[in-house]
Design a protein around this ligand. Structure first.
Ligand code: SF4
Length: 455
């Protein structure tokens, strides 16, 4: 497979690099020999040391959700433990840390993922919930979207950062690998504002990486088990690989190829390559150990566009961002088969006709609720509906589940629509063949009013 992209007209027009980046690929069927797969990868890279005696090493796994290791959403505890052992053997002080998504309980994440127990048993000095840490402002060199970034003090003060992402799909950015794993360094409210589009995410994550670039020593991608299909709900797959590199862009590009995608298909790689965080051009990367062809494991794709599964719910999108997609598809909170609904989000929405006969029209997000973001006459057409419900907060600018911030979900709850939850969006924006089937019936029963509210 030749994915040579450098010099392609219109892509990233820069001279070829003289020194290639290295990415090591090792194989493992399960997690029983994680020490071996990681050490073998480091040997291939020629890295005898990942730190100096006395260094403060910060290990950053992906601990986004309270799910068990066999769901493959989080970096496996054995991979974390192996890396802790390695750093301890080399005389470092070791901290392991992350923060979770959507204001879920980090205590539950540590427990369910089994990472805290494994890390401490392997000798980690501390396991940190970043949300509980002090944050310090750090300068971003050559910034795109943020001149400074607030990151947890232990991260800012670490001598060495080891990045341990999981190999997974993501419906906004296609994959979530080396660069996006650094999103977990942000406070939750800083994180959501970049969740609008793939490019927002790519610029933001690369800026975060620039701030810690000099501390980043190594990225090791846990691809022994991964998640394909739908984001946060897809089936577990078993590529059986570990990828490691000092170059976060190179390891992400090669991981994309292992997953059956183009090396540059996730925007993080293009942006990181352009901003010189590394190279995503396979012609500039030495792949060591197993080849991409030998370990190729095409992932089932995550779809990026969805419509409501209910035929009496009509959606109207005007260039809607990914952040508005989930609440849009999750509305209305409960679907009455005898009613007609319209759900509208985005800017410059096209409405062929007015909403006569519609019982409830939902305007989701700042764009949909702001007349001067719409075509002339838009509100006149909407007002014809029997009831218009405005949820005027931009979901990308607020926490999804936080009470105080007045985000779309809170506004829906305050307006009496108590059953609208982010989880509905996760389940309903996935097709039965791309999602773990056991997740869907519960949401559908609740959505159709046959089961009472979320706990
Ligand atoms: S309100 Fe507008 S800017 Fe905000 S997420 Fe929705 S479509 Fe995007």
């Amino acid at each position: 497979m030749n994915h040579h992209v450098n010099g392609h007209p219109g892509l990233i027009n820069r001279p070829p690099r003289e020194i290639n980046s290295k990415v090591a690929i090792t194989r493992s069927q399960d997690y029983s020999d994680s020490d071996r797969s990681i050490k073998e990868a480091l040997d291939l890279l020629g890295l005898t040391k990942i730190c100096e005696k006395g260094d403060k090493v910060l290990i950053k796994p992906n601990l986004c959700l309270p799910t068990p290791p066999e769901d493959a959403e989080t970096t496996h505890p054995e991979i974390v433990a192996s890396m802790v052992r390695l750093a301890k053997e080399q005389g470092a002080t070791v901290q392991v840390g992350d923060s979770c998504a959507w204001h879920l309980s980090m205590e539950l994440v540590f427990e369910t993922s089994q990472v805290r127990e494994a890390a401490l048993a392997a000798g980690a000095d501390e396991v940190l919930d970043f949300a509980e840490c002090d944050f310090v402002e750090v300068r971003v060199p050559d910034p795109r979207v943020m001149k400074t970034v607030a990151i947890p003090r232990p991260v800012a003060e670490a001598d060495v950062i080891i990045n341990l992402p999981k190999m997974k799909n993501n419906f906004v950015t296609l994959t979530t690998l080396a660069i996006k794993n650094m999103f977990g360094l942000l406070r939750l409210h800083d994180r959501h504002r970049y969740h609008r589009t793939p490019m927002d995410m790519a610029w933001a994550c690369n800026d975060i990486f620039k701030a810690i670039k000099d501390q980043h020593r190594l990225t090791v991608i846990d691809g022994i088990w991964g998640v394909e299909g739908a984001t946060h709900a897809g089936p577990v797959c078993k590529p059986g690989v570990v990828l490691a590199s000092e170059d976060p862009i190179a390891v992400e590009a090669i991981a994309n190829m292992v997953m059956g995608y183009h090396a540059l298909e996730s925007p993080h790689v293009q942006v990181g390559m352009k901003d010189d965080l590394g190279t995503g051009d396979p012609a500039e990367i030495d792949v060591l150990g197993a080849s991409v062809e030998e370990v190729l494991h095409p992932f089932q794709r995550s779809l990026v566009s969805y419509v409501s599964r209910y035929t009496n719910v009509t959606e109207y999108y005007g260039g809607t961002c990914a952040a508005c997609l989930w609440p849009t598809v999750a509305l209305p909170p409960v679907v009455d088969p005898d009613k007609k609904y319209a759900v509208i989000s985005g800017a410059r929405v096209f409405l062929a006709d007015d909403l006569e006969g519609v019982d409830e029209a939902y305007l989701v997000g700042t764009c949909a609720c702001t007349p001067n973001h719409q075509h002339k006459g838009f509100m006149d057409k909407v007002r014809v509906a029997k009831k218009v419900i405005k949820l005027p907060t931009c979901p990308a600018m607020t926490h999804l589940l936080e009470e105080r911030m007045g985000g779309v979900y809170d506004q829906a709850r305050d307006a009496g629509y108590r059953d609208l939850i982010a989880v509905d969006g996760v389940a309903l924006t996935h097709l039965p063949d791309t999602v773990r089937p056991e997740l869907l019936p519960d949401v559908i029963e609740r959505k159709e009013g046959r089961k009472k509210s979320w706990p």
